[in-house]
Design a protein around this ligand. Structure first.
Ligand code: FAD
Length: 456
């Protein structure tokens, strides 16, 4: 039956203005004008080419593939029974050092229960034969439990789990580029939710955020991870740690909600619970509080990839750099840069800041914000006086957003975290040190003195 005569009410080319995916298309979306029938008039699922996009990820979906991956893991009894997450390499990419089943769990092509119980069977057999297995939180089953932990936390907190404002468990830190909020009409008290846009409180922070997102920070480890994320849609857990720490408390002092939005867009395995929860962990705003432990973008990757294979793969312009300078190419003598065919500042950016200096600034800011002890439900955060109170009490030690223009505030149509503080100076109640709702006491950490841990 020919459907060619059927009127499908196809609008004109003005659709491109509202096309959210425009920047991702190399040619026009061929399926749009052909309507429901598709370009071949056969109602088939459109191909990436027909959508005008190029698939760059090597990862493939489907139940068969998921079951094959799981089977390979389970067959490797030693890997399954002795898996220890901190020992897996974030720099391994062919193949990855972890299971890479998270996108399948997200899309439902494998069940977390099957994954868990298949792994449990292997662990039990392994231990019955007298061999030592690993246990949660580091073991493979421990990883799956982390996933459920975040889902449970999200269920407990509800709609505000993914943001700071109105979330009692999330610490308030005056990060740069804070979210704009809008009244949540679903809530009886009309409380406010983030709406995907943010205040540019600081031009430099905005530039750093753009460079982080576009893999142009000038720190090869960070840029290589961001390229893998954008092109492949998956990065190792510790690579997520590295870029999340760098964006928030370990470099840029930019709001974790900005980073979570980028991950939401690019991760194949994106889950609100796991994404927001892990960003809170990494920014030390919830779940974890040891903000003195900062990941170095220079020494951390050297632990598992001294030669910089990962960086050379994702940043081919640095392929010929001497190993000594692969993580700090700006220090490379110009003669070696020429020999490598890559001039720093021309073919690859200079670092966007002095990382060690930034780390110290961030640490001072974190220390002061922790001392103040505000959370997403603190009165001062909700009524918008928190920033100025912090500034008045901690002065220059408080890095981050201090003022927002009146126009920006007016645009929010509600009390924001950036409203002017009352003129009288208010003393910050320094909250007594009590165990934050974290896993700090549950997880025993080996104290390893490294550059990434130099302040612990
Ligand atoms: C900033 C940040 C954002 C993240 N966002 C997401 C996200 O949106 N979706 C997501 O599934 N995971 C997220 N994670 C957690 C973790 O990085 C991925 O689940 C893991 O890297 C997936 O790779 P894998 O399947 O090889 O994991 P494996 O190490 O093989 O672990 C097996 C499974 O356990 C679960 N798991 C492992 N670690 C975690 C963890 N820390 N939190 C929750 N589940 C875990 C995953 O379902 C994973 O597939 C995030 C981590 C960070 C630091």
């Amino acid at each position: 039956m020919s459907l060619n005569g059927v009127n499908q009410n196809i609008p004109g080319s003005e659709y491109t203005q509202d096309d959210q995916n425009r920047s991702n298309r190399s040619v026009e979306d061929a399926t749009y004008h052909s309507g429901l029938r598709g370009p071949n008039n056969d109602f088939s699922v459109p191909t990436m080419e027909e959508l005008g996009m190029k698939a760059t990820t090597p990862h493939r979906g489907g139940e068969n593939i998921a079951l094959e991956i799981l089977e390979d893991i389970i067959q490797n009894k030693q890997y399954t029974a002795t898996f220890s997450k901190p020992d897996t390499a974030p720099t391994a990419f062919k193949p990855a050092s972890t299971c890479l089943l998270s996108p399948h769990m997200h899309f439902g092509s494998i069940s977390c229960r099957k994954f868990y119980w298949d792994a449990m069977d292997v662990v039990e057999q392994w231990e019955k034969s007298g061999k030592k297995a690993t246990h949660p939180p580091c073991s493979l089953t421990g990883q799956i439990l982390f996933r459920d932990m975040y889902f449970a936390a999200q269920a407990g907190i509800g709609a505000y789990f993914g943001q700071t404002l109105h979330n009692s468990k999330v610490r308030y830190i005056p990060w740069h580029l804070p979210s704009k909020h809008q009244p949540d009409t679903d809530k009886p008290d009309k409380s406010v939710a983030i709406k995907g846009s943010y205040h540019v409180d600081n031009e430099e922070a905005e530039e750093w955020f753009t460079r982080w997102r576009e893999a142009r920070t000038g720190f090869p480890w960070i840029d290589a991870i961001m390229i893998q994320l954008k092109t492949e849609g998956w990065i190792h857990h510790l690579a997520r740690h590295a870029v999340a720490c760098f964006l928030t408390r370990g470099g840029c002092y930019i709001h974790w909600e900005r980073g979570a939005e980028v991950f939401e867009e690019w991760l194949l395995d994106h889950e609100i619970a796991c994404n927001a929860g892990n960003w809170q962990w990494l920014s030390c705003t919830a779940f974890f509080s040891q903000f003195m432990r900062v990941y170095s973008p220079i020494t951390f990757p050297q632990k598992t990839d001294k030669d910089g294979e990962y960086v050379r793969h994702f940043l081919p312009q640095l392929k010929g750099f001497p190993t000594k300078y692969i993580y700090e190419p700006w220090k490379c003598p110009i003669a070696d840069q020429k020999a490598a065919g890559c001039i720093i500042g021309k073919d690859y950016p200079k670092p966007m800041f002095d990382w060690r200096e930034r780390k110290e600034i961030c640490l001072r800011g974190m220390k002061a914000a922790y001392k103040a002890g505000f959370h997403g439900t603190s009165e001062e955060v909700i009524n918008g006086t928190a920033n100025n109170i912090l500034k008045e009490n901690f002065g220059d030690d408080i890095e981050g957003a201090m003022t927002t223009t009146d126009e920006e505030r007016a645009g929010e149509g509600e009390k924001s975290s950036f409203a002017k503080s009352p003129s009288r100076k208010k003393e910050v109640k320094v909250h007594k040190k009590r165990g934050q709702t974290t896993l700090d006491k549950v997880i025993t950490r080996k104290k390893i003195k490294t550059d990434d841990d130099e302040n612990s």
